[in-house]
Each structure stands twice: as structure tokens, then as C-alpha cells.
Design a protein around this ligand. Structure first.
Ligand code: KG4
Ligand code: ZN
Length: 346
């Protein structure tokens, strides 16, 4: 097998990232992975502001690419190809990445591969653990929530997903409602660890309905009502109230994800995978309670549970470089007329 080295570029949301990944005799190796987050830039606005994100990507991506190549000890002339996220995402950011990648490819004569951001997440377990197809994937982040069976480099079967908010978004909104800092996930998890999950019983939406679809927006409304009831009753909420609300909320999300995972595994196992495995990706996969729920369900089904290191679960460019290598090897790489696509289901 020939050695393949790709530069990857990612700018679809609020992380400007560049990385160099090499596939060699001994497997895949991440030679460098630079991620410049923008949390501070958006902190005052309660969410990612597309115009601010686009400008930041335009200003920073060049530097990310330079650092990624320098850390890998390579020049552009020494890589075999360039991969870039060409969607889905915030269009200004995606365009920044695509224009930069096109320029680099034209200037160096290297092949250019457009990568679907979700495919980048979904192929990560092959970069980290060499996972064999087909495996089940659960993407849970601030923007996505879906079950996918990865059948092949370019073939993903969607089993279901959220019909409204993503779980990370629900964590972030919960934090906001309770006056906690953003991003909400880690803070709510810390508060929940000190709370009583049994005090408030929040709904487990769509569990009564067949299939793998999920809904998280009602949870936030239930939490708002519980908070307002406490405020009406005693004029405010105590530190312990807040911890209990966080614990109840987190328990509901974990229960929904575990039950829907159980159902997705049943569908997946019908494909008789040789090495059955569930891999998770996305920032919410960092949550200990959610992870524990998934591990229990996998153990009961006899399926390997795999969570790549967090820096590769959240947005990064190593996954894009890797997906570029996979597509290029499969002969589906060459994209002369690469366009940025704000919407692009797998
Ligand atoms: O994958 P990610 O970095 O970015 C995208 O959304 O694409 O995920 C960020 C999301 C945020 O909503 C954040 O609150 C959530 O992941 N998150 C968590 C935890 N850590 C991050 N949610 C629950 N528990 C956590 N420990
Ligand atoms: Zn992502």
C-alpha cells in the first residue's frame, strides 16, 4: 500500500481547523491537528453568530494551515492531496474553507477532495481504531443528533435522529435558563453530579413511539416550567434546586439516548456485522452519565462500545483529512467543481 498524506481543512461551524494525516504501512497517523475555537468571540450572543464566525475563519484559516504543515514537518508540495469540509454548515465559514482549499490545490497541482462534515465524524472510528464496516454511529453534538449505519466510505444509512433540538443545544439552553455559563454541557454535568435526579421527573419524549427518532425541545420547556414554579413558590431557586434540575434533565436525556440506542442496535444487528460496534462522536459524548447509559446497552447487546478521544469527537480537521484519504483511495475523490453546500444530508 502506498503512503498517503492529506491536509484537511474544517470551518463549518465555530472552529477553524487544519490537520495533516498520513496513512502508511502501520495504519493511520495524525501528524498535526490545529483547532482554533471561537467560544470567546460568540460568548456575549448566546450562540454562534454566522457573520462573526465567517470573518474569523477568513482571518485564521491561513495560519491554521501554516501551523499544521509546520508541525507535521512538511511543505504543501509534500502532501498528496487536500481535503476540505464542503458542507453542511454555516455557509460563510464553509466558503472560507472551500476558497482557501481551491487556491491551495490550484497553486500546488494537488488533488482536492470535498468532504461532508458528518461523514468526517462518521469515519473517525476508522482513523482512531481501524473499525471495519458496517458499524453503528451515534452523532450527538450541539448541532447534530442521529444514528447512522456506516456501510462504506460513501454509504451511510440513517436510522433516525432528533426531530427538533440536538442534545447539546438542550444542554446549552438548560444552562442559560439556570444562569449557568456556556457551553452548557460540561457545567450542567458538574451541577448534575451534585443533584438528586429523582426529585424532578422530566418527560422522556417519543419513547412511546416506534423507531429511533428523538425530540429534546419539550424537555427544555418542562425545565422552564419547573424553574418558574419554584420561583413562584419561594421567589427564586436555591443552589440545590439548580443541581436537582440539572440532574433530572440529564437523566432524561441519558434515558432517551440509551433506549433509542437499544432500538438502533437491533436494526443494525440485523445486518449481521462481523465485528459489531457502536461508536459515538460529538461533544455530548463527553458526558459521563450518557456514556454510561450507552455502555450498558452495548454490553447487553454484545456490541463493542467505542468513544474516540474527545479532541477527535468534537469538530477538528484530522477527521476531514482522513475522510479525504478514504474517499481518494476509493476513487471518489476528484472534485473539480467543488461547491459549498449549507445543507447536505448524508
Ligand atoms: O461536537 P461539538 O464540539 O460541536 C458541535 O456542536 O458540532 O459539541 C458541542 C456541544 C455543546 O452543545 C456542548 O454543550 C456539548 O457539546 N457538550 C456536552 C458536554 N460537553 C460538551 N454536553 C453534555 N455533557 C458534556 N459533558
Ligand atoms: Zn461537528
Amino acid at each position: 500500500m502506498a503512503r498517503l498524506t492529506f491536509l484537511g481543512i474544517e470551518s463549518s461551524c465555530d472552529d477553524s481547523a487544519a490537520a495533516v494525516v498520513r496513512l502508511g504501512e502501520g495504519g493511520a497517523e495524525i501528524l498535526s491537528s490545529i483547532v482554533e475555537g471561537q467560544v470567546a468571540l460568540h460568548a456575549d450572543f448566546g450562540g454562534v453568530v454566522p457573520e462573526i464566525a465567517a470573518r474569523a475563519h477568513a482571518e485564521r484559516l491561513d495560519g491554521c494551515v501554516e501551523r499544521a504543515l509546520a508541525e507535521a514537518g512538511l511543505t504543501l508540495a509534500e502532501v498528496d492531496g487536500i481535503a476540505v469540509t464542503s458542507g453542511p454548515g454555516l455557509i460563510g465559514g464553509v466558503l472560507s474553507g472551500v476558497m482557501l482549499a481551491k487556491g491551495l490545490a490550484a497553486g500546488s497541482g494537488k488533488p482536492l477532495v470535498g468532504v461532508n462534515h458528518l461523514a468526517g465524524h462518521a469515519l473517525t472510528p476508522r482513523l482512531t481504531d481501524g473499525l471495519a464496516f458496517p458499524y453503528l454511529m451515534l452523532l450527538v453534538s450541539g448541532g447534530h443528533c442521529q444514528f447512522l449505519i456506516a456501510h462504506d466510505v460513501d454509504r451511510f444509512e440513517r436510522l433516525g435522529g432528533t426531530i427538533d433540538d440536538a442534545p447539546g443545544e438542550a444542554f446549552d439552553k438548560t444552562a442559560k435558563l439556570l444562569g449557568l455559563a456556556q457551553p452548557g454541557g460540561p457545567v450542567v454535568e458538574r451541577e448534575a453530579a451534585l443533584g438528586d435526579a429523582g426529585r424532578f421527573r422530566f418527560p422522556r419524549p417519543l419513547l412511546d413511539r416506534e423507531g429511533c427518532d428523538m425530540s429534546f425541545s419539550g424537555l427544555k420547556t418542562a425545565l422552564l416550567r419547573a424553574r418558574d414554579a419554584l420561583v413562584a413558590e419561594k421567589g427564586g431557586i436555591t443552589v440545590q434546586d439548580r443541581r436537582d434540575l440539572c440532574a433530572g434533565f440529564q437523566a432524561a436525556v441519558a434515558a432517551v439516548l440509551a433506549e433509542k440506542t437499544r432500538r438502533a442496535l437491533a436494526v443494525y444487528l440485523d445486518h449481521s456485522p462481523a465485528e459489531p460496534a457502536l461508536a459515538v462522536a460529538g461533544g455530548v459524548a463527553a458526558n459521563g452519565a450518557i456514556r454510561a447509559g450507552l455502555e450498558t446497552v452495548c454490553a447487553a447487546a454484545g456490541v463493542r462500545f467505542l468513544a474516540p478521544p474527545l479532541r477527535l469527537c468534537t469538530d477538528n480537521a484530522a477527521m476531514i483529512a482522513w475522510a479525504g484519504i478514504e474517499r481518494y483511495r476509493a476513487g471518489i475523490g476528484d472534485e473539480g467543481d467543488l461547491v459549498a453546500r449549507p445543507r447536505w444530508p448524508l
